[in-house]
Design a protein around this ligand. Structure first.
Ligand SMILES: Cc1cc2nc3c(=O)[nH]c(=O)nc-3n(C[C@H](O)[C@H](O)[C@H](O)COP(=O)(O)OP(=O)(O)OC[C@H]3O[C@@H](n4cnc5c(N)ncnc54)[C@H](O)[C@@H]3O)c2cc1C
Length: 225
C-alpha cells in the first residue's frame, strides 16, 4: 500500500485557529492568518477541538495519493461522503497481471496457492476477453474485490477526525485500518494539534462500541501517544 499526503492547506492549524477567532472578534485583518502568535493560535485550536466546535476545522483540507489497495478497501472508503475522490477507471485503464491484494490470513494459509492460481486464471481470462474485443468496461465484470486500484482522496480536517475514529478502530477491516493509520500518521506530522487526540474512541475514553468492544484499546500504541 502506498499512501502519501501530497497537498494540504498552507499553515492548516493557524488557518483554522484564526477562523475560530471570528466568533469573538469584530474584524480579523488578513495578515493575522500568517502572523498570529503560534502559542495563542494553538490555545484557541485546542479549545476548539476539545469543545467539539469542529466546523472551523473544515478550513483545512488534506489530499492523499493512494495506490496498491484493493477495491474492497475503496468500496468502504467512498462511503465517507464528506470527501472528494478520483479513482483509477476500470473502463479506460486495462489492468495489469498480478494486480491484486492478498490478505495475510490467506497468504499464511493452506489456501494461498489456490488463491493465487484463481487470480491468475481470472487475470488471463480478463486479458483474453480484452484481446477478443470485449470492451474493458465489460471485461472488468470478472474482476474480484481483491483487484488493486489507486485513488486520490481529499478530506477536510473535520471529516478526517471522524474517519480516523471509525477506521482506526480495531473493529474496522484491517486494510482500511492500515490506510487510516498511515493517513493519521502523516496528518500528525503537519497538524499535530488538530490530530493530537485523533483515532478510535478508546484513546479518548471508554470504548463507544458497547458489546462490540474488541478488548484491545489502542492507547499504548505509538501512533496514539
Ligand atoms: C466497523 C464498520 C462496519 C461497517 N459495516 C457496514 C455494513 O455492514 N454495511 C454498510 O452498509 N455499511 C457499513 N459501514 C459503513 C458505515 O455505515 C458508514 O456508511 C461509513 O462508515 C461512513 O460513515 P458516516 O456515515 O458516519 O459518515 P460520513 O459519510 O463520513 O459523513 C460524516 C458525518 O457527516 C454527517 N452526514 C453525512 N451525510 C449525512 C446525511 N445524508 N444526513 C445527515 N448527516 C450526514 C454525519 O454526521 C456523518 O457521521 C461500516 C463502517 C464501519 C466503521
Amino acid at each position: 500500500m502506498h499512501v502519501k499526503l501530497v497537498k494540504y492547506t498552507e499553515d492548516p492549524e493557524r488557518t483554522c485557529a484564526v477562523a475560530a477567532m471570528y466568533s469573538v472578534r469584530e474584524k480579523i485583518p488578513d495578515e493575522l492568518f500568517t502572523s498570529v502568535d503560534y502559542d495563542k493560535a494553538m490555545r484557541v485550536l485546542r479549545h476548539v477541538v476539545a469543545s467539539g466546535h469542529h466546523s472551523v476545522l473544515e478550513h483545512a483540507s488534506f489530499t492523499f495519493n493512494v495506490s496498491g489497495v484493493s477495491r474492497a478497501l475503496t468500496h468502504q472508503l467512498v462511503r465517507h461522503r464528506i470527501a472528494s475522490y478520483t479513482q483509477q477507471s476500470q473502463r479506460y485503464v486495462k489492468l495489469k497481471e498480478k494486480g491484486y491484494v492478498t490478505p495475510k490470513t490467506i497468504s499464511n494459509s493452506e489456501f494461498a496457492e489456490e488463491y493465487h492460481s484463481m487470480m491468475e486464471k481470472i487475470s488471463s481470462f480478463y486479458q483474453h476477453m480484452l484481446d477478443s474485443g470485449i470492451p474493458a468496461e465489460d471485461a472488468r465484470y470478472i474482476l474480484p474485490n481483491a483487484t488493486e486500484t489507486s485513488i486520490v482522496i481529499t478530506m477536510n480536517a473535520r471529516e478526517l477526525l471522524h474517519f480516523f475514529t471509525l477506521r482506526s478502530c480495531n473493529r474496522a477491516q484491517w486494510e482500511i485500518r492500515q490506510l487510516s493509520d498511515e493517513m493519521l500518521r502523516q496528518c500528525k506530522e503537519v497538524a499535530p494539534v488538530i490530530f493530537e487526540k485523533a483515532g478510535p474512541g478508546c484513546i479518548r475514553g471508554p470504548c463507544p462500541e458497547g458489546k462490540f468492544y474488541c478488548g484491545h484499546p489502542r492507547t499504548d500504541e505509538k501512533l496514539f501517544q
